[in-house]
Design a protein around this ligand. Structure first.
Ligand code: COA
Length: 185
């Protein structure tokens, strides 16, 4: 990402309304430090299985330090988008993209509230994250996906990611999307 050493203000231009395949409209915006309580609530109400898919652990203790690392971002190096319900208070899901030190590659992760799935929100948020990575000039986007996480692997393939087995962790696949030859949207 360009200008990594220069702190960036809250990127208001990335506030969006996503239109899902069923026509519903979902407000998303870059995460802020004051989202910490809602993120804590989301994680505390996420199943052990989904926590494992997202964090590779089922530990259900979320310290302030852990939550601050998720919500208090240096926008020159990392971005997370949060999706809200109609009231604008409850978080339906989060997608994030953290760049490496050389700002060449970004690692994504996504987690939706269980009752917000299956209507295209994950797809729309992944596309927003990819659009962001492209706008930042990243050359590739990668993500670690457990091999048993079939829906996520299928979605990644459909989005154009290549899936590779991680030779050091055979139960984890690495999904990689190359951006460098594609024009910015
Ligand atoms: C994986 C996860 C993000 C998927 O979210 P979701 O909102 O249920 O996914 P979607 O409804 O967008 O499903 C993707 C599906 O829609 C398709 N799709 C959705 N909108 C689409 C559109 N506008 N155009 C084309 N295809 C679309 C996808 O190909 C896929 O097809 P299917 O429904 O026929 O299977 C969600 O289940 C989750 O949070 N899981 C737990 C955490 C996790 O596994 N994270 C991944 C580790 S990084």
């Amino acid at each position: 990402m360009t200008g990594a050493s220069v702190p960036r203000p809250y990127p208001v231009k990335w506030e969006r309304t996503l239109v899902l395949r069923d026509g519903s409209r979902i407000y998303v915006r870059p995460i802020r430090p004051d989202d910490e309580p809602q993120i804590k609530w989301l994680l505390e109400h996420t199943s052990g299985r989904d926590l494992r898919f997202r964090f590779f652990t089922t530990v259900k203790v979320f310290t302030h330090e852990f939550l601050a690392a998720l919500t208090n971002l240096d926008y020159s190096r990392a971005m997370a988008f949060v999706a809200f319900d109609e009231s604008g208070k409850e978080i339906l899901g989060v997608v994030r993209l953290h760049s490496d030190d050389g700002h060449q590659s970004g690692e994504f992760a996504i987690l939706l509230r269980s009752d917000s799935r299956g209507r295209g929100l994950g797809w729309a948020m992944m596309n927003l994250m990819i659009e962001y990575g492209r706008s930042e000039g990243l050359k590739q986007i990668t993500g670690q996906v457990l091999c048993e996480n079939r829906p996520m692997l299928a979605m990644c393939r459909e989005l154009g990611f290549q899936i590779h087995v991680n030779p050091e962790e055979r139960d984890v696949y690495e999904a990689t999307l190359t951006l460098e030859d594609q024009p910015a949207a």
